[in-house]
Design a protein. Structure first.
Length: 126
């Protein structure tokens, strides 16, 4: 059945700028485009989110909200790969981006290497 779902991602104290950077990286890697509106199966629009993404696997789009330091996904996941798959990817990309930002703050030069589904972060002292 088609309907909007809200999916909470369990990451505490999310930084809005880091989240936006993570979403940009996710978009590059999985050919998402950033959108201002997502839709349900019937074409009803929704715009109450920070950033929206859409690709061929999620043709109606996924809205990403940030409320009280918590990420919530909004979308109609009917006939897609599902909310868990996209939530896991956003969580992974946010974690990588947050680590990169943290490492830079303490004087390291991080480099991200992707190996299939795995992500390695090499940090070099500057």
């Amino acid at each position: 059945m088609s309907h909007y779902s809200l999916v909470k991602i369990k990451i505490k104290n999310v930084n809005e700028n880091v989240l936006k950077q993570a979403i940009q990286e996710l978009c590059k890697h999985f050919q998402f485009q950033v959108v201002n509106q997502v839709e349900d199966f019937y074409g009803h629009p929704r715009t109450d989110f920070l950033i929206g993404i859409k690709n061929r696997d999620y043709p109606r789009g996924v809205g990403i909200k940030l409320e009280n330091g918590q990420i919530t996904l909004v979308g109609d996941f009917y006939n897609t790969y599902g909310e868990k798959a996209i939530a896991d990817k956003i969580s992974q990309y946010y974690t990588v981006q947050a680590l990169k930002v943290g490492l830079k703050k303490i004087g390291y030069n991080p480099r991200v290497v992707k190996n299939g589904e795995k992500v390695l972060i090499h940090a070099f002292a500057v």
